[in-house]
Design a protein around this ligand. Structure first.
Ligand SMILES: [Zn+2]
Ligand SMILES: [Zn+2]
Length: 178
């Protein structure tokens, strides 16, 4: 079985060519219903893979292949197939709902600016959340504190011994100096 030369093979061996002739509008909408940069979304808008929130917030800078053109093209930029092939799906409303772009398209200057704000704000919130106390971090701290408390009498004894020895040495020195 052979494919026309302009059609590529994906790793699974299936034909990959995403255009209005090869995918029904509903199937495209279904596939992209998983994509977005909200907490509740699952997939990256660029690579289409299941990804964590940090990856999905920075979807324009995603380093994976674009799932619409199956290429590592348009680095740090939007896919022209969104605009040229599928304007019925990638509407202002879609970008508002999925990527928080206000009423802008990602191919508008304002859209890119809002994208950056949404991304940076989201990543900052994520860092704050990770730094905040969690049950796991509180448990680890409590265990460490209990272990330190057990060592404390030994350390105190050692400290008083050091003090005693040091004091003795100082006294010895004083005597020698006299
Ligand atoms: Zn991605
Ligand atoms: Zn693309």
């Amino acid at each position: 079985m052979s494919f026309p030369p302009n059609q590529r093979l994906s790793r699974s061996g299936a034909k990959v060519s995403i255009n209005p002739d090869t995918i029904p509008a509903e199937a495209l909408a279904d596939a992209f219903s998983l994509a977005g940069s909200r907490e509740s979304d699952q997939c990256c808008i660029r690579c289409g893979k299941t990804a964590d929130l940090a990856h999905r917030l920075a979807w324009l800078e995603c380093k994976e292949k674009c799932c619409l053109c199956d290429a590592n093209a348009h680095k740090n930029s939007w896919c022209s197939r969104m605009k040229i092939f599928f304007p019925a799906l990638f509407t202002r409303e879609w970008f508002l709902e999925r990527a928080g772009l206000g009423r802008w398209y990602i191919w508008e200057e304002e859209g890119v600016k809002i994208y950056q704000l949404v991304r940076d704000d989201g990543l900052r919130r994520l860092r704050e959340r990770e730094a905040a106390p969690s049950t796991a971090s509180l448990l680890a701290a409590a265990v460490a504190a209990a272990a330190a408390a057990k060592r404390a009498p030994v350390l105190r004894f050692k400290a008083s011994l050091d003090r005693a020895l040091w004091g003795k040495r100082v006294e010895d020195k004083d005597e020698e100096m006299d």
